[in-house]
Structures are given as structure tokens and as C-alpha cells.
Design a protein around this ligand. Sequence first.
Ligand SMILES: *Cc1c(COP(=O)(O)O)cnc(C)c1O
Length: 394
Amino acid sequence: MKKTESDIETKLVRGGLLRSAHQETSEALYMTSGFVYESAEQAAAAFREETDNFVYARYGNPTVSMFENRLALLEGAEACKATGTGMAAVFAVMACQLESGDRIVASRALFGACYVILTQTLPKWGIDVELIDGTDLEAWATALQTPTKMVFFESPSNPLLELVDVAAVSQMAHAAGAMVVVDNVFATALHQRPLELGADAVIYSTTKHIDGQGRLMGGAVLGDQTFIKDIFTPFYRQTGAAISAFNAWVMLKSLETLSLRIEAQCASAARIATMLAGHKAVKNVRYPGLASHPQYDLACKQMSGFGSIIAFEIDGDEAASYRVLNELSLIDISNNLGDSKSLACHPYTTTHSSLSDEELALLGISRSHIRLSVGLESGNDLINDIEQALSILR
Ligand SMILES: *Cc1c(COP(=O)(O)O)cnc(C)c1O
């Protein structure tokens, strides 16, 4: 029987391909900000959106379109818009529809910059924000007794890999009239599919695993036609969240190797998490693929793989954490993640340093936590490096 729907690996290589008249094999990079028209009438029709001409690269560009179409195929979404950074995606998805007096409920365990938007920027504009413990379904139920416009969460969260039950929260959110937006950066579309679980929109920092080689910034918002075309795009076009054609082209090519890279990174991460869990100098390890993760059952239910990020707490204070980080010789100290190079950081004093001690305590982030983003080096070399760094604690 002829198969009509291709597998994800095929979509990642071929999806969205738009060949020019030259019939190039590799996707073309259209470095152009403007586009010309055959006539003044055609220009006018393009501005009335009656044709599918490209108009201006702030609105769209053929290379960016290929990237968006490939991402949409990967996610199983009707539509996608790519943005200049992940934060541009997060901010635009909120700013395009929230008004003064609206309410947003979010899980407290968030990427640092998302936390600042929710606790400082949106409240300044009269938007009511409630942050809750996203792992607690009763907390969601209580918060969603009040009519709510948007629910926002990360799962797994940065840096402690807490999970939110996407299906259960989506159901409660819809009953409260809220749209559900999921930051799916840590899981990637290969291992978690929020739209299938009931969410309405998904956002990415494509800076992370999608570029995957630590080169450039990018982001994306995916959802249904009505949201992306009628609500998100008009805001995006006028406010300048667009990604550059060059960045979109690099990431379009990166998607071709995404599944190979993610599978290799996740396999090493699982080995490292198991090693850390049995190590005397480590107090605890958070990795969704370990049976000791407090939400391991949920991880198995809603994820098909467990990611490349691990958090662990060493048996020692901040100075000891710094000593371990400084002792690493292969793994670099960096706050970035999802790179082919393995990277480690001390979240308390870097990625989450804009939070107060009280907020950090509420999130369970301690001065002994180290976050590790597992790259593409040999798993044996990574394990040796971590073991030799931890050995200074004896
Ligand atoms: C990095 C990151 C972002 C922000 O993306 P940028 O590309 O840095 O703007 C948002 N959410 C999560 C979970 C991230 O890891």
C-alpha cells in the first residue's frame, strides 16, 4: 500500500522545500529584504493580501517560509511563524492578545526571562498574573476557578526538570476559557507533542536544540491557522519579531540532522544521569527518565524521550559547586543549552540570578545545583570528565 504520510525523519530533511527555477538540491538562502512586482496593480493586490507575493522580509521571506513550513510539519501544527529569538516568540504570543484586565496563570518554574516578563512587564500593563506550582493539579484547579485568558508553562522546566501534566491542565484551562501555550524547548517536538495533548500553541527557542550547534538565535510559535494567521501574524508583522533569512537558513539545514543529534544526546544524558544517581558526591539527580524523578509516571505518559538536560545537587555548598564546575576539563561552563558541546552552569548565580532568594527557595533551586546540557561528545569521555571533577569533593 502506498504510504501517504511520511515519517518525521523524512519531513526533517524534505519538508517545506521550495525549489527555485535553478532546481538546487540544497535549500536556497534568499538574502533579500524587499520583493518586486510585475505591475502597480499586483503590488496593490499583494498589500490587500489577495496574492501570495512576498512583500517585505519583516512580514516573510522564502527561506524563512521553508523553515516555518518544516517546523510546522515536525510539530504537526497547521501554521508556524519564526521569530528572531525564543523570547520574541514568548513575548509576542502574549502581547498579541492580552489586554489590560486580562488574567494569565503560569507555572512558577520558568526560564529566567519568561519569569521577568510575567512578574514585571505584564503586571505593569494591568495584566493580572498568577504563578503557581505547576506540578500540583489542585493548584491549577484553584487558580482556574477565576476566568483566565491564557495558561503558560514549561515542561520539563528549566533548570529542575519539573513536569506539568499537559493533557490535564489543557482540559482545565479550556473549561476556564483560557488558551494554553507550552514552552516545549527542553523536550523538543521529537519527544513531546503538546498540540496532540490538548495545548493550543507551542513556542520554541530554536537557539537551543534546533540550531543545536550554538551558532545563532531564533524562535518559533506554532498553532492553528486561526491563531497564527488572524491573531499572531498581524502583531508580528507590525512589531518586528522576524528572524533573519540567514538564521532561518542555518536552522532549516540543522533540522535535517535534528533527530540524529537528539537521539545521541538523550542516550548519553540517560547514561550520565544513571552514573550521577549512583555517585557518592551527588545528593540527588533530576532527569525525567530516572524512576526516582517525582513525576516519572507522567514523564512516561506524555514524553517519548527524556531530553538532554540533567540537574543535580552536589553534596556541598556553592563554593564546592564552583570547584566542580572549574574542575571540568571537557565540558564548558556556559548558560546556553542544547548545543553539540556539553555545557554546565550554576543556575543560582547565573540563569536564575534575577530571582530573589525567596523565589529561588520556592522553586527549590539551591546553591548546590548544577545544570548540565549533554552534547554530542562521546558518552564515555563525558562520564570520565564528570567523575574526575566530582572526585575533588572527596
Ligand atoms: C532559551 C530559552 C528561552 C528563550 O529563548 P532565547 O532564544 O534565548 O530568546 C525560553 N524558554 C526556554 C525553556 C529556554 O531554554
